[in-house]
Ligand binder design. Sequence first.
Ligand code: ASP
Length: 334
Amino acid sequence: MNKRLFNITNLFFSFLILSVLVTTTAAQSVTPRIVIHGGAGTIRKEQMTPDREKQYREKLTEALMAGYNIVKQGGTSLDAVIASVRIMEDSPLFNAGKGAVFTNEGTNELDAAIMDGASLKAGAVAVLKRIKNPIDLARLVMEKSPHVMMIGEGAEAFAKQQGVEFVDPSYFRTEERWQQLQRAKERDQRQGALPDKRGTVGAVALDRNGNLAAATSSGGMTNKKFGRVGDVPIIGAGTYANNNTCGVSATGAGEYFIRSVVAHDISAMMEYKGLPLKQAAELVIEKVGKLGGDGGVIALDRNGNIAMPFNTSGMYRAYIDEKGNAVVLIYKDE
Ligand code: ASP
């Protein structure tokens, strides 16, 4: 090969390598973020033992890091939110999967949803009685079926087809939640009030490709009746994600969150009014409060901003800050 041709070929290949490098770094330029919650409600320091608080902080950290490590290493936000939610579903500390609250009939009925901000695809399940990790089934509904929402026996038949793990209904039972039901029933007889102990779980993540995903999983409300379904599996109420705006996962008195279409309302304020995430999220929680509902949300926008407003005394929550450190919070003033 003559020298000139060699130089030109060399130049060509250097350009090629450079442009491949530039494109991959551009596509990988977003700083990954994640935020999770383990439920909002009456959570006061005076009512918490140091040991129990430690257990919550450790489990929240574990769930947060499981999701964060995925997006940090270039994985997808969908995989990240699933990893975080699964860990909390498997822990008896939270009202999701094992440790779910009881219905009035003494059963556990689980709800979950996931949404992909890139495609606006979503999957939701409700009234599950035997699925170990409802969030896995929500994802399968999204990815392996033409539908968005499946409930009860139909959802479990689909789960069987998909090879999802089943457990005996007794797996979900914890003594603490059982006692909660007994107290709720007594209260119900006295005043018909809704109980305030919850613990729904959720996660929102942003991956290096700039894709947002949100996931939520819950046992619903203690003492719920007649096949009641909460806001968690209602896309736009308890769960929503859109790459143009934000991802949201909610927790609180579901009836009010459905009526306020909370998660989509936050996204809509950003999309139509150009409000920043924090302002949009705070406004919507204020609206829920005015209706009489309590609870909160975690939200993350496409620029990596995080908002976690709530109107209860506490919300189990954790996120990765700008420096990549884990921050775990429980009470209102900390
Ligand atoms: N939002 C859930 C529901 O109403 C409960 C909760 O978050 O505590 O089903």
